[in-house]
Design a protein around this ligand. Structure first.
Ligand SMILES: [Zn+2]
Length: 401
């Protein structure tokens, strides 16, 4: 049987970076090369229905004991566009607390002083990069852990749940759930294996909305502008000044939501502001929308109806609303973590997940740890021992039902 780390090292040799500027699915053809390799590996392992669909989604089943639940395990094949994802030169290094030289030629070090999270990995073996690319533990660690657990179930036999495996493309560009075949998948519930630090379980994410504000002014030669010119850029600035300062992302943390200005452009005649709004609490998200609507109404009363056009749109919701009536699936994962030697910790996600969208499509889907750290960057790493613990956790989830 192959170890989880050797599997992982094979998967990261595939460049699977997704591309948000592409309209196709998968967004990059190269993701299918990993998909095809995974299908072959699954078939060899004895997963007889393993296949990839035309959109690059990989599915397969490990049949279990009739009467036991059918549990889905999901991970994504693509890597983030934020850092280079090709020619990954991963290596395993024992970690004793000393600085790790990632790249001799460029003198790149991974240091505990910069990344205090390293402290808890002393005495372990870390898989690291050469400091020029990301590693791809997000989320190839999830894939390696799922398939290692599957292989162990098949080899050892005995009583276990039926496992539905799903590997998606394009999670990093927010499209992993788009074409996921929830009815075809046929799981009672699922877990995404796409978290970080060992012991973390996530089933709360932001409720999300976007706002676009359009400001109409009136241009005229500045020499003869007195009493006539209306500068749309000033109105846009006034709009921003009416929003609560303390609700900017740079001042918020934990369960605090935010209003975030993402884009501005303007001329005297017309200007635009774009925002994203986030809050774990739907009522508080709606309150943020109300603050923006009130600001628009105030400016329309001041400068004339139609000066400000505000468009608010909901993007996604907190999966907690779906999970709360079924907390036993969170408890099951936490018990499995304890049995695997972890200390479970519930962490609110300050973002969205594919699992959140799948939960609203009817497939409840909390997110579990893979052991990876420093995602989306050149200093990404994952301890081998933590990956093994995550495989143990999965075995407990699937067997102790
Ligand atoms: Zn991920």
């Amino acid at each position: 049987m192959e170890t989880v780390s050797s599997r992982f090292l094979r998967y990261v040799s595939f460049d699977t970076q997704s591309d948000e500027n592409s309209q196709s699915c998968p967004s990059t053809e190269k993701q299918k090369r990993l998909g095809q390799a995974l299908v072959e590996e699954m078939l060899q392992m004895g997963i007889r229905d393993a296949h990839m669909d035309t959109h690059g989604y990989v599915y397969g089943t490990v049949p279990g004991e009739p009467g036991l639940p059918t549990i889905g395990l999901i991970a994504h094949m693509d890597t983030a566009p934020d850092a280079p994802g090709a020619n990954i030169r991963a290596k395993i290094v024992p970690y004793d607390g000393k600085d790790i030289l990632l790249n001799e030629e460029r003198q790149i070090y991974l240091r505990e002083a910069d990344y205090p999270i390293l402290n808890r990995s002393r005495g372990k073996h870390l898989i690291v990069t050469d400091g020029t690319t990301l590693l791809g533990a997000d989320d190839k660690a999830g894939i390696a852990e799922i398939l290692t657990a599957a292989e162990r179930l098949i080899a050892a036999g005995g009583k276990h749940a039926t496992v539905k495996i799903g590997f998606t493309p394009d999670e990093e560009i927010g499209r992993g759930a788009d074409l996921f075949d929830v009815p075809g998948f046929g799981a009672d519930y699922a877990y995404t294996m796409d978290g970080g630090t060992v012991g973390e379980i996530e089933y709360e994410n932001f409720n999300a909305a976007s706002a676009k504000a359009l400001f109409h002014g009136l241009n005229i030669h500045p020499g003869s502008a007195k009493g006539k010119m209306v500068n749309a850029m000033y109105i846009a600035m006034e709009f921003q000044s009416l929003l609560p300062v303390e609700q900017k992302p740079e001042y918020t943390d934990g369960y605090e939501g935010f209003i975030h200005l993402t884009h501005m452009e303007g001329e005297v005649e017309c200007s635009k502001l774009a925002y994203i709004l986030r809050d774990h609490d739907l009522q508080k998200l709606n309150e943020k929308k109300r603050i923006m609507s009130d600001a628009a109404a105030f400016l329309n009363a001041k400068y004339g109806e139609g000066t400000v056009e505000l468009t608010l749109k909901d993007s996604y919701y907190n999966m907690k609303q779906c999970i709360l009536p079924h907390m036993e699936i969170v408890e099951r994962a936490k018990e499995a973590m304890v049995k695997a030697g972890m200390q479970p910790r519930e962490v609110p996600i300050r973002g969205g997940t594919d699992g959140a969208r799948l939960s609203y499509q009817g497939l409840l889907c909390p997110n579990l740890c893979t052991g990876g750290e420093n995602y989306h960057g050149r200093f990404e790493f994952i301890p081998v021992e933590d990956m093994e613990q995550c495989v143990d956790m999965l075995e407990h989830i699937l067997r102790d039902v």
